[in-house]
Design a binder for this molecule. Structure first.
Ligand code: ATP
Length: 266
């Protein structure tokens, strides 16, 4: 008997980059918020920085396959996402914390993370263990049975991270994950990022330049939908002008690169 083989089984499992964009264009409303972006990301933690309106959220949404690109090419885990292909398999391998993530207020923390695991079509036998592990990893073990509506803003954010990592994604997209976290939690979150960096492509959009310096292997600087800079945090710090704005070398490097870009010097 000849067994039929699904496309997924024969799809290549090796690819040069977890995320690869070439001249990518993505619309947000009427605006081309990502406009000619070239970007290649492998495993590791990539800090996505840029001013308000730079296109960070729009890029995240395209990578999460929520927005379809308007032009250029985009591959995630070796699969082109601008075609009309079935994206279900790919989505099962992506974790996404949106900037404003929605949840049911009456759900308990465990129920909510379980619900996302089911949406990601995780095998039923794996769900309880995976949910517990995700909740433990974000430090909410003692809140697992609490209702979402009773949590503080920072705790809800951590549930957002838990739901994003519950399926052990190979591409993890976190849009401002540290907003509202207290200093202790921010340190714990950085440790979690470093742990994930080993075998996951993590993209973290943030305005906290210090988070990037402390926990990212790589920095991606975006302005007006285009790549301004990509390099290790030390390169960002090295770009710092002597007396430019900013309280640390990394912040000064950010401001200096942005200034040079805007003045057409970069
Ligand atoms: N739904 C929309 N309709 C119209 N314009 C939009 C929409 N969403 C985003 N934009 C515009 O697209 C541009 C990029 O927005 P985006 O949210 O991607 O930026 P961002 O870098 O994430 O900004 P922030 O740091 O403020 O979160 C902005 O000029 C924004 O005003």
């Amino acid at each position: 008997m000849v067994r039929s083989v699904s496309a997924g089984e024969t799809a290549p499992t090796t690819y040069a980059w977890a995320v690869h964009a070439q001249q990518l264009r993505v619309r947000a409303g009427r605006r081309m918020a990502v406009d000619g972006l070239d970007l290649a990301l492998g495993e590791g933690v990539h800090g996505l920085l840029g001013p308000n309106g730079a296109g960070k959220t729009t890029l995240m949404r395209a990578l999460a396959t929520v927005l379809r690109p308007a032009g250029g090419t985009l591959s995630v885990l070796g699969q082109r996402v601008n075609g009309r292909l079935d994206l279900r398999r790919l989505r099962q391998q992506i974790g996404y914390l949106p900037q404003d993530f929605g949840f049911y207020r009456r759900f308990r923390v465990r129920e909510f993370v379980e619900y996302i695991a089911w949406l990601k079509q995780m095998p039923a036998r794996d769900v309880p263990g995976a949910v517990q592990r995700a909740i433990d990893r974000v430090g909410l073990t003692d809140r697992a049975e609490h209702r979402m509506r009773t949590l503080s803003g920072g705790m809800r954010r951590r549930v957002g991270v838990a739901q994003a990592i519950v399926n052990d994604p190979r591409v993890l997209l976190l849009d401002e994950p540290t907003a509202g976290l207290d200093p202790d939690q921010r340190l714990q979150f950085r440790a979690l990022l470093r742990e994930l960096a080993a075998d996951t492509c993590v993209l973290v959009a943030t305005h906290l330049v210090e988070d990037v310096a402390a926990a990212c292997t790589d920095v991606v600087l975006l302005d007006e939908g285009r790549l301004v800079f990509q390099g290790v945090p030390a390169d960002l710090a090295a770009a710092a002008g002597g007396d430019g704005p900013g309280d640390s070398p990394t912040e000064r490097g950010y401001s200096e690169l942005m200034r040079r870009h805007r003045e057409g010097l970069a």
